[in-house]
Design a protein. Structure first.
Lengths: 115, 109
């Protein structure tokens, strides 16, 4: 079974540019989550999709961040325009339908550096 | 709000036993996950506790006390490959995970 895949693995962009991160969850996993780890800090929740619907986006930092999951398959997270403080590792995770007791499978993350 | 507290760093000797503690305060609680994360890699699932008590899985065990907002991860027969960060992650009623900063464990020969 393929795991959660994220693309790109690394991205270096200039302040003010736009970057789009992609996450392909495990097939059949209705739940998809985005998390972010800023250097030295804890992994923080950004948002949660159930299929194509946003279940909870309370962790999104501001309106420069836009997440989509058209068709309930892969998801994208766009940062526009990027700021220096957006640098960090962005993780995607997926889990099967239900309460999530089966564990959330994480992707390897996208390391975003804004210069 | 959410508050998760675990030690920042620990060091232990190969073959020994180490216990990593975690205390948490969350808005709503379903259960608690422990994840292992090697540098530059994805967090990987270790354990999930929903009821009070000890869950044992090979060399790893995890304990939960819901009333005390407390959990620990117990690693036995430590191996060098166990050097990693260990993340305590309570799951809230919204099925979201909230992470502590993680405990960086270094296993020495």
């Amino acid at each position: 079974e393929a795991g959660v895949t994220q693309f790109p693995s690394h991205s270096v962009i200039e302040k003010g540019q736009t970057v789009t991160l992609r996450c392909d969850p495990i097939s059949g996993h209705d739940n998809l989550y985005w998390y972010r780890r800023v250097m030295g800090k804890e992994i923080k929740f950004l948002l949660h999709f159930v299929k194509e619907s946003k279940q909870d986006e309370s962790g999104m930092p501001n309106n420069r961040f836009l997440a989509e999951r058209t068709g309930g398959t892969y998801s994208t997270l766009k940062v526009q325009p990027a700021e220096l403080e957006d640098s960090g590792v962005y993780f995607c995770a997926s889990s099967p339908p239900g309460t999530g007791r089966y564990g959330y499978t994480f992707g390897s993350g996208t390391r975003l550096t804004v210069v | 709000g959410q508050n998760i507290d675990q030690p920042t760093e620990m060091t232990a000797t190969e073959g020994a036993i180490v216990q990593i503690n975690c205390t948490y305060q969350t808005s709503g609680f379903n259960g608690l996950f422990w994840y292992q994360q090697h540098a530059g890699e994805a967090p990987t699932f270790l354990s999930y506790n929903v009821l009070d008590g000890l869950e044992e899985k090979g060399r790893f065990s995890s304990f939960l006390s819901r009333s005390k907002g407390y959990s620990y991860l117990l690693l036995k027969e430590l191996q060098m490959k166990d050097s990693a960060s260990y993340l305590c992650a309570p799951q809230t009623g919204a099925n979201n995970l909230f992470f502590g900063t993680g405990t960086r464990l270094t296993v020495i020969p």
